[in-house]
Design a protein. Structure first.
Length: 592
């Protein structure tokens, strides 16, 4: 631990001398208020420090003290349902101590040191254990069974293990290392945020992440352990898409990072999540969620830390064998924080002023996603799915953050302002979006939902693409000049857009749609298309087909309650066949 003196303050950047013994990435305490910071650069005995708190009032001569350890998070029972800031300070605990405004330099432990947790041992005395092995479990809330693991770099023979109620700092087990040293183990681990947690092996993703959003699950699916980006201009619904993914994704734990976005959006999340019921568990969604709130009015440097804090907590739950989703809203604000700090460090700017290492930092975040074989002697797999929103200025996805992200992620949900202005939500453009997981996920879809599911997906996309081509012709010569088959294509495409892809996040019935329901709804629309297309050979009166009662019922089908949809959908299909047959018979009689 060494001490130095400030010689320069430039916003969140502080330069201090006399720190020759310090290391890169060390955490430091700055000034009388002991503001928390991190060393970015070392030049001789001068350290360039980014301070994660407001630096007003700091000046040359103030003392800087190094802690000798890198930026790290505390991992253990108490993470679930907690709301942290970007450097893992619990905001609710801070509010109890300091009121509604965060006091600078306040030091509050990330995990509650007083609360006792009921620890149930799994390992036994005399067991030979290695890093990643499970010592025991703690029931953290009604949903998550928290597995207390041996730290990754520790191994030996278990000398003793306790059972009962303990705080996170109490010794729950003792380990004898190969060198004969007795090591005390607690329920808490510390891990540096910029270093990925180790694993045995990484596997290619093979199972989709169900989100309950029809355009995502059916047209552009993401795999568990995959990566996705949601770029879009202001007002196109990025945050609502992120909220929907956080609410309804079939994962065990969600880490929601509000990185530099507006405070009222984060407030919406904090109000909604405790009230919403998880369709998988029947419990409150907050019981499987960790929140990191680092809004736009908080210090800019902490945005960068918040992304790493979130992904490290996610890796910890992944190591327990859970499926975890990290929702980052938005990585553009994180990149802006990188740009500001890079400018203050007087580094050579890259494209549009972003640092030359922007692409590397983006890759370091997204590449920590994946399906892995967890550390330890027991065989278990965990998955980490990373989904980041991107907020390109003016919706221009040719800017560096969007392009850097697109090079890394395998799913691209491109939000379109024109769709948003037409009140079509989610405003994901089906012509510019893509998923590169289709080939690896196809076996799962074929096995669980039947081969028709993927065939219908391809047919629906083909119809939407044909619609885009036909619309250009319609603008030139009018709709009436098209053949009946092409006019039917336009009508079917309209049904796919309005009756299937459009989804209201604020209507309970429509907010979440299961795979089975999605498959049946798509089948209904395409069955209408194929029946009418076949009937056109005998009767070309298009308007008769467009006006049948079943056509309207399909339009209202997504509003049918969950318990009734199977019965209602089969009835619609039956009525539709009878109505189209009746039109054909009537047309045949008229011709006679």
């Amino acid at each position: 631990m060494s001490k130095g003196r400030i010689i320069k303050v430039s916003g969140p950047l502080v330069v201090a001398t006399g720190l020759a013994d310090a290391n890169m990435a060390d955490v430091v305490r700055v000034g009388e208020q002991r503001l928390i910071g991190e060393i970015l650069n070392m030049t001789g005995d001068s350290a360039f420090i980014q301070v994660y708190e407001e630096t007003s009032g700091l000046g040359p001569g103030a003392e800087v003290e190094t802690t000798g350890v890198p930026m790290a998070v505390e991992l253990g029972p108490g993470l679930i349902s907690t709301i942290y800031d970007g450097i893992q300070r619990p905001l609710e605990e801070i509010m109890k101590i300091a009121g509604s405004t965060i006091t600078r330099g306040i030091e509050v432990p990330s995990l509650n040191r007083e609360k006792k947790w009921e620890f149930t041992p799994v390992a036994k005395e005399g067991d030979s254990i290695i890093g990643g092995d499970i010592l025991g479990t703690v029931q953290e809330g009604p949903v998550v069974l928290h597995k207390i693991m041996v730290p990754p770099n520790v191994s030996g023979t278990l000398v003793s293990i306790k059972q009962g109620a303990f705080t996170v700092t109490d010794t729950i087990a003792e380990l004898k290392t190969a060198g004969g040293e007795i090591k005390e183990l607690t329920m808490i681990q510390r891990w540096p945020v910029r270093v990925g947690r180790p694993y045995k092996q990484k596997f290619p993703p093979s199972q989709p992440l169900s989100s309950g959003q029809r355009i995502i699950d059916t047209l552009f699916p993401i795999a568990k352990g995959g990566t996705a980006a949601v770029p879009g201009p202001f007002g196109s619904g990025k945050t609502v898409v992120q909220h929907q993914l956080a609410k309804w994704s079939d994962v065990d734990v969600v880490i929601y990072i509000g990185c530099g976005e507006r405070g009222n959006e984060m407030t919406d999340v904090l109000r909604e999540f405790p009230e919403l019921t998880d369709p998988r568990t029947g419990e409150s969604l907050m019981n499987r969620t960790v929140m990191i709130a680092n809004t736009s009015d908080m210090p800019v440097a902490a945005r960068e830390a918040s992304i790493y804090t979130g992904i490290t907590i996610a890796e910890y739950f992944r190591d327990m064998g859970y499926a975890v989703a990290v929702i980052a809203d938005s990585t553009s604000r994180w990149a802006e924080a990188l740009r500001e700090m890079s400018g203050r460090l007087e580094e050579m700017p890259g494209e549009e002023g972003y640092p030359a290492y922007l692409g590397t930092r983006l890759a370091q975040f997204y590449e920590r996603a994946g399906i892995v074989a967890c550390m330890g002697t027991e065989e278990r797999q965990g998955s980490l799915t990373a989904i980041g929103a991107v907020s390109p200025p003016g919706g221009d996805i040719s800017e560096p953050v969007s392009q850097g992200t697109m090079r890394i992620v395998k799913v691209f949900w491109g939000l379109d302002a024109s769709l948003a202005y037409r009140r079509h939500f989610p405003a994901i453009n089906w012509l510019s979006s893509y998923s590169l997981y289709l080939d690896t996920l196809k076996p799962w879809y074929d096995q669980n939902l039947g081969k028709e599911y993927f065939q219908n997906r391809e047919k629906a996309l083909r119809i939407l693409q044909e619609e885009a081509t036909l619309n250009e012709i319609v603008q030139l010569v009018g709709k009436d000049s098209l053949s009946p088959e092409d006019q039917l294509t336009l009508e079917t495409a309209k049904m796919i857009r309005e009756d299937f892809l459009q989804q209201n996040a604020f209507v309970e019935i429509d907010s979440y749609s299961s795979y089975d329901r999605q498959a049946k709804l798509m089948h209904l629309i395409l069955k209408y298309d194929s029946l009418v297309r076949a009937a056109l050979v005998q009767c070309t009166d298009l308007q008769s087909y467009f006006c049948i009662a079943s056509r309207e019922r399909i339009g209202r089908a997504k509003g049918v309650p969950e318990a009734e949809y199977e019965k209602v959908y089969s009835e619609i299909e039956e009525w539709m066949e009878k109505e189209i047959d009746a039109i054909v018979e009537e047309g045949g009689r008229n011709n006679d």
